[in-house]
Design a protein around this ligand. Structure first.
Ligand code: SAH
Length: 345
């Protein structure tokens, strides 16, 4: 079966033309797909014969919400989507003043192995397709009724480890005939896979690159993030400088505050030193307690923030949403997997 949801508009146009259809059908089908139709029958401006042919040759993915948790505090909704092959992924809808934002997963599981992260505990199962990335946005919007204006690629998985699919997805959501979400409303977060950062820099997209820094010194960072042994933090900073020079876009650095590990003043000083010459924004994240992890939340976030600011950096402390619903990274999927395991025993 052909995966038409993973096609960009030009690809879809070619595909339909190869079936003997006129070029304008591309746009029609593309915009129906972006609206999240659940069957080809809903594509009411297509001739019946074409709808039948599409039904026979193409897969139309409709993920089902295996679980849904709504925060009573702030309206955050966490979805556990079941994909066509039975795998599950998470997406989170967050309601900010600047617009509704959906945080999507890029892979089923993750192979990056960060020591504090729940998403990576069981490794990576497979990459998501562009259509499965898209479905998270479409069906979150459709189910919640909240029009989505922002997307963050900060859910389960490492986007740079599935970059071809991610780039295609970006083209699809950005397309004016589809969801038409501007690149400036999209953020992509990476643990620091340098070839991916370099490839993205070449494309000069207007999206926001977030880099999960978590420590400015090699020793601490290698302890927290195995990726640092392949791509050292010094090279990471160099790549960030290059990225900024090429794109002119300010990078946002994620920094989960961990008690006694990465929250010392000398580490704030080192961040400032390594960022010299580029504007950077440091997003301090209160560490989410993960049962499997030995790390505890820092108690000196405010002092660390002050220290960063004393160097002229901008540092904010992330407001935590959905604290009552396991909204933090990978926790709902872990829970569901664990329960599945218990049930099958
Ligand atoms: N793989 C990508 C994107 C997914 S993780 C990346 O590493 O950037 C999204 C963010 O959540 C990353 O900054 C990640 O380091 C952070 N994170 C993971 N587990 C966390 C935890 N227990 N507490 C706080 N932040 C966490």
């Amino acid at each position: 079966m052909t995966d038409i949801k993973s096609m960009t508009l030009p690809e879809l146009r070619n595909f339909l033309q190869s079936m003997g259809e006129p070029a304008f059908r591309g746009k029609q089908v593309f915009s129906w797909l972006s609206r999240g139709v659940s069957s080809f029958d809903e594509m009411s401006n297509l001739p019946l014969t074409l709808r039948e042919r599409l039904k026979e040759t193409c897969a139309l993915s409709v993920p089902s919400a295996a679980r849904k948790q709504v925060s009573a505090r702030d309206g955050t909704i966490k979805y556990l989507w079941e994909l066509a092959d039975g795998n599950c992924i998470e997406s989170v809808l967050m309601r900010y003043r600047h617009g509704n934002t959906v945080c999507i997963s890029s892979q089923v599981g993750c192979r990056m192995g960060c020591a504090f992260c729940a998403s990576t505990v069981a490794g990576k199962v497979r990459d998501l397709t562009p259509g499965e990335l898209l479905d998270q946005v479409i069906f979150t919007q459709k189910d919640s009724g909240a029009p989505i204006s922002n997307i963050v690629l900060m859910g389960i998985g490492e986007p740079m480890d599935n970059l071809d699919a991610v780039l295609k997805f970006l083209e699809i959501v950005n397309c004016p005939d589809g969801l038409n979400i501007g690149m400036r409303h999209i953020s992509l977060s990476t643990c620091g896979v340098l070839p991916g950062i370099r490839r993205l820099a070449e494309l000069e997209l207007q999206l926001t690159l977030s880099v999960s820094l978590h420590a400015p010194d090699s020793e601490t960072r290698s302890r927290l993030m195995p990726v640092n042994r392949a791509y050292d933090v010094e090279d990471l900073f160099a790549a960030c400088h290059e990225y900024f020079e090429k794109t002119g876009r300010r990078i946002s650095f994620e920094y989960a505050m961990i008690d006694g590990v990465n929250d010392q003043d000398w580490q704030a000083d080192l961040i400032a030193k390594r960022l010299r010459g580029m504007p950077g924004h440091i997003n301090l994240i209160p560490l989410n307690d993960v049962a499997e992890s030995p790390f505890r939340p820092s108690r000196r976030t405010a002092a660390f923030q002050k220290r960063l600011e004393s160097h002229g950096l901008t540092a904010t402390v992330r407001r935590s949403l959905g604290g009552d619903i396991d909204a933090a990274c990978g926790q709902l999927r872990r829970k569901a997997e664990a329960e599945k395991g218990e049930n099958s025993q």
